[in-house]
Design a protein around this ligand. Structure first.
Ligand SMILES: [Zn+2]
Length: 66
């Protein structure tokens, strides 16, 4: 079979195949997780609150002038 896809070393421990060690298996796992979590799923809530506050101020302003 193949070599470790991370460091290209022949796996010596059967339990970690196709990786040569748990360390390389973890590196591969983190690559997948890192790619997923690098993109934020939701917008930062601070921006949304600021826009809502600005919209509310626009509505309130005419009443305050009177
Ligand atoms: Zn390796």
């Amino acid at each position: 079979m193949g070599k470790c896809p991370i460091c290209k070393v022949e796996p010596s421990q059967e339990m970690h195949k196709p990786f040569c060690s748990k360390r390389c298996a973890d590196i591969d796992l983190h690559r997948w997780l890192g790619g997923t979590y690098a993109i934020p799923a939701v917008e930062p809530p601070d921006d949304f609150d600021a826009e809502m506050e600005a919209a509310l101020h626009e509505i309130d302003t005419p009443d305050e002038i009177h």
